[in-house]
Design a protein. Sequence first.
Length: 611
Amino acid sequence: MNMPGFIIYLVGDKKKYRVGVSQFPELDAKYYLEQGMLEDSWDLFLLTEKLSLLKADYIYRKFSTEEERQWKHFDSDFFGLRIFNFFIKMDSLGGVLDHKKKQLRKLLTQLELEDKLALQKIAAEEVTKVNLAAREELNQVYHLIQGRKLYKTEIIKLVRENDSVIDNLDQTLLQLRLTNKLALVPSVKYRGQELICQRCGSTNIIEVECNYCYAQDYYCQDCTLLGEARGCRGLYLIPGDNQIEFKSIQLQLNFQLTKLQSKISEQLVDFLWKPGEEMMLWAVCGAGKTEVSFNVIVECLAQGGQVLFAIPRKDVVIELAQRLKEAFPDIKIKALYGGTTERYQQADLVIATTHQLLRYHRAFDLVILDEMDAFPYQGSAMLQRALYQAKKKLGKLIYMTATPKQAQLDSQMPIVKLPSRYHGHPLPEPELITADLEYNQDSGEIYITEEVIARLKLSVEQDLAQVFLFVPTKKLVRSVTQFLEPRFPVVNGQSWVQGSHSQDKNRDEKRESFAAGEYPILVSTTIMERGITVEKANVMVLFADYDFVFNEQTLVQMAGRSGRSAKYPQGRVWFIGEEISEAMEIAKRQIMTLNEEARKKGYLRTVNNKE
């Protein structure tokens, strides 16, 4: 495969000069002429042969100054040079050219690239015959790609998917670069002596013999699922514009916010217009934090802004996208996740997994990150960088979580708190239980006591409630499911007990069936701790003392599956382990503290959470 080559050049007239790097230096010079940046008696010189983008970028930044990359005038700094040039009958540009060529030769020799040195003067007619792209094409392409971080192949797909016809996409992109509408950088780039991925910010870079540029190259190991980031592969960074276009936004809800929800919603809207970049909404599980954010989304969209709703998990993105499309029927909305068909569509409101943020660059006026404590966002420096880079420089960022970490609570960002659910009943408080849970990890055999089974039967037969039964590992999902299946009925050919985990190919189908009430007991790892709600649900956590999996935040999230509906707000929650772990105690204490706070502030209708 032939990779595009990049050439370092020098262009100037009697008063000034500029050092540049381009795939098509003649186009650059034609643009400068059209814009009146070059006067009569100008010249264009090619200083190198074609280089890979990584090498061209490194050499360009190493041997040119910031002023030379804009326009450097022949001022007093070159007075002595001008006198020298006078005596040898050279103009100032010729003296600069000789000086820069010596610098470049020295650098290329150090890099063992001396064969790439060139000095070729381009005839004026080669520049003047270049045709620039029409303004309409420039605007069309920019509108499609703004706010993104894309490879050339992705830009081509984006243009095709939106039925755009562009005569010469390469030249159009080059012109947009010259107008500072976009930047073209190597996907892997030097920062000092360190190599850094320009898409994800990782320094986990390895050296390879590249099959694309047929030379030594480097690629990033951390974001290969989104396409290989290599030094020879160009990455286009296109910040979103800040033009204001007022819109009329209709929000359609089939419910009313409670007084507390309305109060919190107003605080989020106020944040949009106050100083400060970040704030956090701490809302208990089932408090309706997503709905509380709708008004701030309306406010931003009405001002012509772009909004991103980011969530770590794909299944939650899919579920939320449908809710948002119902609430904002007149707004262009798209959902981005692995396998989506909407990647290249245009939208004002984007719902995306956090990995998809690696494709955006200074795009959004408002970013809402839901479930900031969830895997894979939590603990990923790469995804945290991607979140910030997706936001415009003056954009706003709202974090939402039910289980903030202490470091987040101790930070300086403002925090608004939603300590009660919309139905006004307290959170179900966990019962901490010790039980003999006999489990052979090698064979997978397990024995669950009758006391535990009795609680499951109590849920299904007396409470008429479904049960989320959480276990810490995929292997335990299989073992517990197999143990329980013969102890519960089979209805219409389907067992009352189903198991699922992250590697289960039928995960989505089982999730939907459980949400539809087609079977009562779902054995699962923590993949079901978020984003699924059933009207009547109890929660059981087996091996809850496995604190290397079940920390206090995870336990609180799992407990939050219970009691979410006004039809069954009391719910039941059991944390069962061979011993009572510290995490189990902390989780229960946190839930009790939140209930007490809500009770003192008058947010609860009842005192007894079993009412």
